[in-house]
Design a protein around this ligand. Structure first.
Ligand SMILES: C[S@@+](CC[C@H](N)C(=O)[O-])C[C@H]1O[C@@H](n2cnc3c(N)ncnc32)[C@H](O)[C@@H]1O
Length: 289
């Protein structure tokens, strides 16, 4: 959906009473999700491959481990890769919303088992058609949840949608609940998501707005904190978490993206950041408690 149309739709939904707006947003997302299932599976597989590479680099053995996923989204795609390809024992997946649906997961189970030549036995009493090993906690803010015993925490494209203070509280909670040495792996997309569907827009376009201006454009349905890499690092370091792995993309001179970036009149709030810090994208980071 064009980002201007999307913004208008979200702003209209935001005007409705909270429960009505959220319900309609859920239904709209539901329609859009069906269209992009194969693309979504492929992209999540790419993240899983990246995750495996990271684990190899820092010598984490996934076999029979228990993993907490923050932000389940619509389907247990990442949990299935962890379970069936990564051979982990348990995935505890938390989400603020209840997006999983029994029928949709039945369809996903058959697609995933065909694509990855595996057998998925949904538990007969599972409310969501989930197999043994995938534990879903919908309607749960991880900040206020009881944290299960786990070896690794992972999130994929979640942190950019979390308010800075909540990122702090989330990590404080994890640090205080999990054993020393536990790894927290985040895949973060700090770019302007409106640019993902519009190649004429810079991935840093939203940095031209002041905070009040950006807050007037975004809604609770597409919230993006716009944090730059050093701001994430400051939060993690303030909690004494060790950064044991970090990779990110930057926008290279001579590319179309660089030309687009150079045209953005970056707001003075971001004056203290270098070009590399402003454009750092696809952040893969591992923290150690
Ligand atoms: C953009 S979606 C990403 C979903 C999935 N990880 C993926 O890769 O498709 C972000 C999800 O994180 C969830 N989320 C955000 N903050 C959270 C929190 N504090 N606790 C649990 N879930 C959270 C949102 O409800 C949303 O479903």
């Amino acid at each position: 959906m064009n980002h201007n149309v999307r913004t208008i739709v979200f702003r209209c939904l935001d005007l409705l009473p909270d429960n009505v707006g959220r319900k309609m947003h859920h239904q709209l997302q539901n329609l859009l999700e069906n269209k992009v299932l194969y693309v979504r599976i492929k992209r999540t597989e790419n993240t899983f491959d990246e995750f495996v590479k990271i684990c190899e680099a820092i010598k984490i053995d996934l076999n029979q481990k228990s993993i907490i996923e923050i932000g389940s989204g619509w389907l247990p795609i990442f949990p299935y890769f962890l379970l069936y390809l990564g051979k982990v024992k348990n995935v505890f997946s938390f989400d603020l919303n209840e997006h999983y649906q029994k029928k949709r997961i039945a369809n996903f189970n058959s697609i995933f088992s065909k694509n990855y030549n595996t057998t998925i036995d949904a538990l007969f009493n599972s409310k969501y058609n989930l197999p043994d090993g995938v534990h879903y906690y919908p309607g749960e803010n991880i900040i206020n949840s009881k944290i299960p015993d786990a070896d690794i925490v992972v999130s994929r494209f979640v942190l950019e949608h979390v308010a800075p203070n909540d990122i702090f509280e989330m990590h404080q909670k994890l640090r205080n609940s999990l054993k020393k040495g536990t790894h927290i792996v985040h895949f973060i997309s700090p770019s302007d998501h409106r640019a993902h569907g519009d190649i004429t827009l810079s991935l840093q376009d939203f940095l031209k707005y002041s905070k009040p201006e950006w807050d007037a454009i975004q809604t609770k349905f597409d919230y993006h904190n716009r944090l730059r890499l050093p701001q994430y690092l400051d939060i993690f370091k303030s909690l004494g978490l060790e950064v044991v792995y970090l990779t990110f993309d930057t926008v290279k001179e001579g590319t179309a993206q660089y030309d687009l970036f150079k045209k953005v009149n970056i707001h003075s709030d971001y004056n203290s950041f270098s070009t590399e810090e402003l454009t750092a994208g696809s952040i893969n980071i591992v923290l150690k408690i």
